[in-house]
Design a protein around this ligand. Structure first.
Ligand code: AMP
Ligand code: MG
Length: 407
C-alpha cells in the first residue's frame, strides 16, 4: 500500500499531476454564458455609452448659464428643440438656451450638464427658468464613461455572473470564449446498492453517491455522465472504468476504495493506468484513491456519502479548475464556533456547520453525528477544518468556513 497523503500534499499533487487540458475552450452565445468560466480576457471594442447621455429627465444646458441662479433669481433660458429617445440630438445648443431631454437622451453638442425637471419652471412663453445651478458634467454620463475601447472588463478564469452578462450585452459581445463544460464519468459500486427509485430489499440501500456527485458536478459547471450502479465484480468494473476514462475528462468511482478483497477500485485503476496515492490523512475521507488512466484523473471516492461529498468538494473541485485552467474563488467566512469540537489525532478533521447570523456576528453550529449519515449534511452551509496536530477547538474559537456554495 502506498503512503497516505495529507490534504496539503494532495493539493500539491493536483497542481503537478493534472495539467490544463488542451481542448478546453469553446464559444457560446452571451445569453447562454451565465455560470460559465471565461476562457479569455474580455476587452471593450467600443465606447459605452457611445454618446453623452442624460441620467435624468430635465433640461440640457450650458452649465455656466446656470451659475448663481436660485429660486428667487432663476436663470431664464430660451427653449431649444426637444430631444427624443433613440434619436440623435441633431442640433447644437447655443448659450442662453436649454433643451428638454429624457433620461438616456443624447446631449446636444454645446450642452455640458442637465438640470432635473424638479428644479425648472416652464414660463409658457418659450422660456424656462432654472432654479438651481449645475456644474459641468452634472447628471450626465459621458461617452466612454462606462468603458472605452481596449479596456479590460472581464478577466479570463472568471465564472460569469448575471451582471457580467449585462456588461457583455452593453458591449455588443454576442459570442463568448468559455471553458467548455468538462465531462465527468460517475460510477457507483457496491453489491448492496439499488437505484433511489427502487425499494431496497433486505441488506440493500439506495445509491446516494451517483446523484450527490452528479449534482456537485452540475454546481461546479461540469457535465456528468452516469456509468451506472455496478455490483462488486472486478471485470465489469474494469470494463466500465476503461470506457468512462476514454469518454470523459475525469472519472469518479464511488465505493470499493478501501483495501478489502471486494474493494476493486485500486486494482482496476492500476490495470489501466497508474495509482498516484491511496489514502488521505483526513476524517472523513481516508480511503480515497487518486490515479490516472491515459493521463486523465480517476478518483476512487469512499462509499460513505459524507466522505464522498467532502472529497469531491475539497479536491475534485480543484482538479476540475486545474483541468479547465481557471481559478476558484473561495472566500472563506470567519465565524465563531458555537460549541467545542474534539478532533482525533493524526488526521485533519473536516466538520460541517450551520451558520447563523446573530446581529452581525456569524455563529457556526458544528454538525454532530456519524459520518455515514447523509442527513447530517443536508441543509448545512459549509465546513471548516481542524488540522491534524490540533486536539480540538473550544467554544467561541474563530474558524474559517468554506461555503458549499463556493463555485
Ligand atoms: P465502501 O467504500 O464500498 O466500503 O462503502 C462504505 C460504506 O458506504 C458502506 O456502508 C456502503 O454501503 C456505503 N456506500 C457505498 N456506496 C454508496 C452509495 N453509492 N450510496 C450510499 N452509500 C454507499
Ligand atoms: Mg462497497
Amino acid at each position: 500500500m502506498l503512503a497516505v497523503k495529507t490534504p496539503e500534499e494532495v493539493y500539491e499533487i493536483i497542481k503537478t499531476e493534472f495539467a490544463q487540458i488542451t481542448d478546453r475552450t469553446g464559444r457560446v452565445a452571451y445569453t447562454e454564458a451565465a455560470g460559465r468560466v471565461l476562457a479569455e480576457d474580455i476587452r471593450a471594442a467600443e465606447y459605452v455609452p457611445a454618446f453623452n447621455r442624460s441620467t435624468v429627465d430635465g433640461f440640457a444646458v450650458c452649465a455656466k448659464d446656470t451659475f448663481g441662479c436660485s429660486d428667487s433669481i432663476p436663470a431664464i433660458l430660451q427653449n431649444a428643440q426637444e430631444i427624443f429617445m433613440g434619436q440623435a440630438a441633431g442640433f447644437i445648443l447655443k448659450e442662453g438656451s436649454c433643451a428638454p431631454i429624457p433620461t438616456g437622451g443624447e446631449l446636444p453638442e454645446g450642452a455640458d450638464a442637465v438640470q432635473m425637471i424638479e428644479y425648472t419652471e416652464d414660463y409658457g412663453d418659450g422660456t424656462t427658468g432654472i432654479l438651481k445651478p449645475v456644474a459641468p458634467g452634472h447628471n450626465v454620463i459621458l461617452k466612454g464613461d462606462d468603458v472605452s475601447p481596449g479596456r479590460l472588463v472581464l478577466r479570463a478564469g472568471r465564472k460569469l455572473t448575471p451582471q457580467d452578462i449585462g456588461a457583455l450585452a452593453a458591449m455588443g459581445i454576442a459570442e463568448v470564449p468559455v471553458v467548455r463544460r468538462l465531462k465527468v464519468g460517475i460510477l457507483s459500486t457496491g453489491d448492496e446498492l439499488v437505484s433511489p427509485e427502487e425499494s431496497p430489499g433486505p441488506g440493500q440501500i439506495r445509491d446516494v453517491n451517483s446523484s450527490l456527485t452528479a449534482a456537485l458536478m452540475e454546481q461546479f459547471g461540469a457535465v456528468s455522465v452516469s456509468f451506472g450502479i455496478l455490483p462488486d465484480q472486478e471485470e465489469l468494473l474494469s470494463r466500465k472504468v476503461q470506457e468512462a476514462a476514454q469518454e470523459c475528462d475525469l472519472v469518479l468511482i464511488s465505493g470499493g476504495s478501501s483495501v478489502g478483497v471486494r474493494d476493486a477500485a485500486c486494482r482496476v485503476i492500476e490495470r489501466h493506468g497508474e495509482i498516484l496515492f491511496h489514502g488521505i490523512a483526513m476524517k472523513p475521507g481516508k480511503p480515497t484513491i487518486f490515479g490516472k488512466i491515459g493521463g486523465r484523473p480517476v478518483i476512487g471516492l469512499p462509499g460513505h456519502p459524507v466522505a464522498a461529498f467532502f472529497i469531491t468538494h475539497i479536491f475534485v473541485r480543484r482538479i476540475l479548475a486545474q483541468l479547465g485552467g481557471y481559478e476558484l474563488r473561495d472566500i472563506p467566512v470567519r465565524a465563531c464556533l458555537a460549541e467545542s469540537v474534539e478532533a482525533n489525532h493524526g488526521r485533519a478533521q473536516y466538520n460541517g456547520v450551520f451558520l447563523e447570523d446573530r446581529d452581525g456576528r456569524i455563529i457556526a453550529h458544528p454538525i454532530r453525528g456519524k459520518s455515514g449519515l447523509i442527513t447530517t449534511l443536508a441543509g448545512s452551509d459549509g465546513y471548516f477544518c481542524i488540522p491534524r496536530d490540533c486536539e480540538g477547538l473550544p467554544a467561541d474559537a474563530e474558524i474559517s468556513v468554506t461555503l458549499y456554495s463556493a463555485g
